[in-house]
Design a protein around this ligand. Structure first.
Ligand SMILES: NC(=O)c1ccc[n+]([C@@H]2O[C@H](COP(=O)([O-])OP(=O)(O)OC[C@H]3O[C@@H](n4cnc5c(N)ncnc54)[C@H](O)[C@@H]3O)[C@@H](O)[C@H]2O)c1
Length: 347
């Protein structure tokens, strides 16, 4: 940590869907400084960095040569970047971060991996509202996947209100990310995940082992976001208002209304663009207030998960927890929310 400014120096490895959003979010924090970005690509995706004054580092020497050949200004090697940072956020594709973990441990830098990696890579799984405290001062954590983050946020809200007995969810998963939808992704079909439970339920238990949760999932032919349907056994019969107040207690769940025209995921993304958010990011779980139904002690609801954005605020909180900028999770969440414009009421 730079002493004069009390800013944590943050490096990012992998400047793709998650990496570039983490970079923008780090730049919006007063207590963090972006030390630079490492990658191996040599095309248009890295070109905007120079104009933004963000240092680009070559993740491997071989790739450094091809990046220079492509005309990219390279500030140094991955080791050079590690030497200038307090925390590195690894946003490389699945399984690469697990290999990088040994390099990070050897260099003594704190590190964060993302949901493509297994819990065992860091031994700690992070969703800010649940596991901030246990992450404070640790060497490493894993910010869980987009779907898992949404499950932990929503079920924790019900649990904290004393309402949660068990939850069963069906996940409609986007086929691929928009920027690479010319390369692959399904069309004119639905692809059920072969195993029940799908991995997201057990993954939520890596953050909170007490959750009684089962998930099933199907891949759907669109790229905007995931959509979840949940059926929850409550501890007692309650009113709809009581359930809504439980969800309102989380700053990262936003209630939306289909009867106000937000009846489909494309309209919610359009609203994010209208709000002027970077990359049209929906950081919150967007849960349909008017669709939600309570039948005695059973609860039914649906929500949207912007897979590209939901893990960004939690990543910022994870940086604060590991670096010990604050020991107070609520303080960090409030600071992150303010900096990114996160809100429970969208308008
Ligand atoms: N895309 C999502 O919706 C999403 C959501 C939540 C979590 N995640 C998780 O976030 C992580 C990153 O996923 P993503 O979707 O941003 O990936 P991505 O493919 O969009 O970006 C990965 C970036 O890493 C670079 N890269 C590849 N190999 C590298 C290496 N050896 N060293 C340095 N850089 C390298 C690529 O060039 C690319 O720029 C994964 O763990 C993923 O499971 C993704």
């Amino acid at each position: 940590m730079t002493k004069m400014t009390q800013q944590v120096r943050v490096a990012i490895n992998g400047y793709g869907v998650i990496g570039k959003r983490v970079a923008s979010a780090v730049l919006a924090q007063t207590d963090m400084r972006l030390a630079g970005v490492a990658d191996i690509a040599a095309d248009w995706r890295l070109r905007p960095l120079e104009g933004q004054g963000i240092g680009l580092y070559a993740a491997t020497p071989d790739h450094g040569a091809s990046m220079r050949e492509a005309g990219l200004a390279i500030a140094g090697t991955q080791n050079d970047l590690l030497a200038q940072a307090d925390v590195i956020v690894d946003c490389t594709p699945k399984r690469i971060a697990a290999r990088n973990a040994d390099i990070y441990r050897a260099s003594g830098i704190k590190f964060i991996v993302h949901g493509g990696e297994k819990h065992e890579v860091t031994g700690h799984s992070f969703v800010a509202e649940v596991s901030f405290d246990s992450a404070v001062g640790r060497a490493a954590t894993r910010v869980v996947s987009c779907n898992t983050t949404s499950i932990v946020r929503t079920l924790t809200a019900l649990k904290r209100a004393g309402l949660l007995k068990r939850a069963r969810g069906t996940l409609l998963r986007r086929a691929t990310d928009p920027w690479e939808s010319h390369l692959g992704g399904i069309m004119n079909t639905l692809v059920p995940e072969p195993d029940i439970p799908s991995h997201q339920g057990p993954d939520a238990q890596s953050v909170d082992p007490e959750l009684d949760v089962v998930t099933m999932a199907v891949k759907v032919p669109q790229t905007l976001a995931h959509l979840h349907y949940w059926s929850v056994q409550l501890t007692r019969s309650v009113s709809k208002e009581e359930v809504l107040s439980a969800f309102r207690a989380s700053s990262r769940i936003a209630l939306i209304r289909a009867d106000d025209g937000l009846g489909a995921i494309n309209t919610v993304k359009e609203l994010m663009a209208d709000l002027g958010r970077p990359h049209d990011n929906l950081y919150e779980v967007a849960l349909w207030e008017d669709m939600l139904e309570v039948k005695g002690d059973e609860l039914f609801y649906a929500y949207m998960v912007d897979n590209q954005a939901i893990v960004i605020p939690d990543t910022i909180d994870a940086i604060r927890a590991l670096s010990g900028l604050t020991q107070n999770g609520y303080e960090s969440i409030a600071q992150t929310d303010k900096s990114l414009g996160i809100r429970t009421q969208m308008y």
